[in-house]
Design a protein around this ligand. Structure first.
Ligand SMILES: [Zn+2]
Length: 187
């Protein structure tokens, strides 16, 4: 085979590979580490993560409803935390390592009947009030994060807090599940 032909074949091979190889699900997911020292417990062994629970939170302590700092103060006072919180601009903060059990689901029940939901789930909070909708940037970040987490763990359910604690919880508020699922299935 002459050199030119060999070079062309190599080029085709490389091009073909770059087209067929999909980016790893966690590529491009930017997470700001901000581990808090409350609302969670460390596990000795890897835990089985079967569910992702989506919540909404806002700051009720002052006029700035979307202040993550204020929300964290509320969590600290209540001794709770999700694993992740996504602010209005779409920035994802990690508040608890995935393998820690974080106190976010409370008294709740998965569709398969499991009631110790915190033990088998990850919690993601969207900064939002009952009168606002999540922003476009928040949906984009949430979809990236969920896709990444689904690639790492045997996730069976992605549910809202109200789905696992009906009558007790109403969040995530004004969350467009159809939009979320269609974005999740894209690419
Ligand atoms: Zn909630």
């Amino acid at each position: 085979m002459n050199l030119v032909l060999s070079a062309i074949l190599n080029l085709l091979l490389i091009t073909g590979q770059s087209h067929s190889a999909r980016p790893a699900p966690c590529t491009g997911v930017k997470i700001v580490n901000h581990i808090v020292n409350w609302g969670q417990r460390k596990m000795e062994h890897p835990r089985k993560i079967e569910a992702i629970i989506i919540h909404s939170s806002y700051n009720a302590l002052d006029a700035d409803s979307f202040s993550v700092k204020g929300i964290l103060r509320e969590y600290k006072d209540a001794g709770v935390t999700p694993h992740y919180i996504i602010d209005r601009s779409g920035t994802i903060f990690r508040l608890a390592p995935d393998n820690n059990v974080a106190y976010q689901a409370g008294k709740s029940r998965l569709p398969d009947g499991k009631t110790d939901v915190n033990s088998v789930s990850l919690g993601i909070e969207i900064v939002n009030t009952m009168h606002d909708s999540p922003t476009k940037a928040q949906y984009v970040s949430l979809v990236k994060l969920v896709r990444c987490l689904e690639s790492k763990y045997p996730v069976k359910y992605v549910l809202g807090h109200k789905d696992i604690a009906p009558g007790r919880k109403t969040d995530p508020w004004n969350f467009d599940w159809a939009k979320f699922h269609s974005m999740l299935e894209q690419e």
